[in-house]
Design a protein around this ligand. Structure first.
Ligand code: ASP
Ligand code: MG
Length: 624
């Protein structure tokens, strides 16, 4: 289980707003971080309006730190300008160029606040000692020195900081990747111990799905960090994923809201604060531009999975879904998805990996999209997957691949059907209906002791307990579940509606399904595997028997190993480290499924304990 960061937070009755404590323990006034996106500072009127918001908060007695993005489409224009000069602008010079957009905004914002009668001071990333690694155009934050900001805040000034930028150890200007101002804002809220981080934008919150595709989408009042991370592809339109990882790691409550209204937006908070009773699914998302790679006839022996993903990680490609289901005659198919843009690079790496492990071929499909539903409530509701599969069946949409996590179900479908799939699923979970609001307005508590105690891991997968940078990957937990059995159906037809029938039968038999893994079909059929509590394995198999078109196999006891953490999606090393550790112990991987925040592996029951110990060691997680 992922340890919720609220574990270490003061419980009800703890200190509320007013005096709060910075992460260094010093007592300060309550601090609010406000971030204004590009559209919120597009012209002088909007800058003045944003300035007034900052001043309002300041007048309420908060210390206020403002983070701004470049105005309007400035960053896009700068990118276009560079492309007019050269097809391949040096990354260092790109950062030099792009960082100017935010510098313009901070100066104008400081002038606006001064004009409205409140002292203000602007800083670039370098001026607040925001240091990063040297990966130009996608740098990660290492450290931030708070002295200069704190003394300006203590002088009663509104402090304005340029988002998206920093400097590396040689004072080269770096940027954090497109949309990175959110990450700057949340990082500053974390190091300064802010009560909350407000993200002012041109939408009024996070929606149950993308309202451009599903106009019936509704605003969500509260959502947990994990749900937001699992909805990364939905969230991406609203928030930079890395900012959510940061917020979770340091327990920063985020309030996404409109700069053009005073209505409350969406709070992104710890699971304990976000839970809604009686609701299984919180949102649905679409990742439209995915590509799928399948390695065919991968020999089923320890170490092969590691070789494959190590080769891909070395090419610096972030892998999204990974699916491996049970092997047939000593060979298995392994599929994974990447962003479509990464396809050429990933194919080169995959060909090399296939050769190294002796797989027969590498196939791909560049016209796929991933549809996901996410909800904390899935942990406790049965039949959640069935609803999704039935909704797709009704629309005649074929499910090409399935993977699940504790709080997410993802399917891969034909890109041309993606929007219809999203609409169908959104409706099936009644996400378009008004639910009685289950939450009272959220009140952020003190920032004291909020950060999770987590262990950083180097990106290359090597254990490294030195926290080198604030954005280093952290692993929250390694778990072993020995209560599950595996059921596999072979010869599953590649046609819409089959998964729906299977999981309807299982739900009707009253069996709770945990992992579901379905790989793409080759030659018109595939295998579908799922895990259920051991005692229900026979019942589940009997329930699906009438539907079987081929053999049904039961693995009466399976060891399910899960690694969960923060940053797993944006760091490439986790899967590699996990598969590497298992390979070293010659533990064969039977099933894999992944999500944004966890990797699940099914292995032989006899190797469960050994696997758990070695994973705990590799990820330096204590067994508690
Ligand atoms: N200006 C940068 C961009 O457009 C950073 C940001 O807006 O967050 O990507
Ligand atoms: Mg943005």
């Amino acid at each position: 289980m992922l340890r919720p960061c609220s574990d270490s937070r003061p419980v009800a009755g703890g200190r509320r707003r007013g005096a709060s404590r910075g992460v260094d323990g010093s007592s300060t006034l309550s601090l609010l971080v406000q971030k204004f996106g590009g559209t919120s500072v597009a012209d002088s009127d909007k800058i003045l309006a944003a300035a007034r918001r900052a001043i309002q908060a300041h007048q309420r007695g908060d210390q206020v730190l403002v983070v701004v993005s470049a105005r309007g489409h400035t960053t896009d224009e700068l990118v276009a300008l560079a492309r007019e000069i050269t097809d391949r602008p040096p990354a260092r010079e790109m950062d030099m160029l792009l960082s100017t957009g935010e510098q313009v905004s901070v100066a104008l914002m400081a002038m606006a606040i001064e004009r409205l009668g409140v002292p203000a001071i602007s800083f670039t990333g370098a001026q607040i000692g925001l240091t990063t690694d040297s990966y130009h155009t996608k740098a990660r934050i290492r450290n931030i020195s708070t002295d200069r900001m704190k003394s300006a805040l203590d002088d009663g000034k509104i402090v304005i900081v340029a988002g998206f930028q920093g400097v590396d150890e040689n004072y080269n200007i770096t940027t954090l990747g497109r949309g990175g101002s959110d990450t700057t804002a949340v990082a500053l809220a974390a190091v300064l111990g802010a009560a909350a981080c407000e993200i002012y934008t041109d939408v009024d919150g996070v929606y149950t799905t993308d309202p451009r595709i599903v106009p019936e989408a509704r605003k969500i009042d509260r959502i947990s960090y994990d749900e937001m991370l699992e909805l990364a592809s939905l969230g991406a339109g609203v928030m930079h994923s890395r900012s959510i990882e940061f917020a979770k790691k340091y327990g920063v409550p985020i309030h996404v809201r409109s700069s053009f209204s005073d209505a409350p937006g969406t709070w992104i908070v710890a699971a304990d604060d976000a839970r809604r009773l009686g609701v299984a699914v919180t949102g649905a998302a679409l990742a439209k531009d995915e590509a799928r790679i399948t390695m065919v006839a991968v020999p089923d022996r320890p170490g092969v999975v590691h070789t494959i993903f190590h080769t891909i990680a070395k090419a610096n490609i972030v892998v999204d879904m990974i699916v491996q289901n049970v092997s047939v005659k000593g060979a298995a198919e392994i599929s994974f998805t990447v962003a479509k843009a990464d396809l050429p690079d990933v194919l080169t790496a995959a060909e090399a990996a296939a050769k190294a492990v002796g797989a027969s071929t590498v196939m791909h499909d560049s016209d796929v999209a991933k549809v996901s539903v996410v909800g904390l409530g899935m942990r406790t509701h049965t039949g959640v997957a069935t609803t999704m599969f039935e909704a797709l069946a009704k629309e005649g949409i074929n499910i090409q691949m399935i993977t699940t996590s504790e709080i997410k179900i993802s399917v891969l479908v034909d890109r041309a059907k993606a929007a219809a799939a999203l609409r169908a699923v959104h409706k099936a979970y009644l996400l378009d209906e008004v639910h009685a609001e289950v939450h009272a307005p959220f009140v952020p508590s003190s920032a004291a002791n909020r950060a999770m105690k987590l262990v950083p891991l180097a990106d290359d997968g090597a254990t490294d307990t030195r926290p080198r940078g604030m954005e280093d990957l952290v692993i929250a937990g390694v778990d072993l579940d020995e209560t599950q059995a595996g059921v596999s159906l072979f010869g599953v037809p590649d046609e819409p509606g089959y998964a729906a029938k299977v999981f309807r039968a299982i739900a009707d038999a009253g069996v709770f399904v945990d992992m579901i893994v379905q790989n793409v079909s080759l030659e018109g059929n595939t295998d579908l595997s799922f895990t259920v509590p051991r005692e229900s394995a026979d019942r589940a198999a009997a329930a699906v028997e009438p539907l079987a078109r081929g053999r049904i196999a039961i693995e009466p006891a399976l060891a399910k190993l899960a690694v969960s953490g923060v940053g797993m999606r944006t760091h490439t090393g986790v899967a590699t480290a996990m598969f590497g550790a298992l390979a070293e112990r010659s533990i064969n991987i039977k099933l894999i499924n992944t999500s944004e925040v966890r990797i699940n592996v099914g292995a032989d029951i006899a190797s469960g304990q050994i696997a758990l110990e070695c994973l705990r060691r590799v990820f330096a997680v204590n067994g508690d």
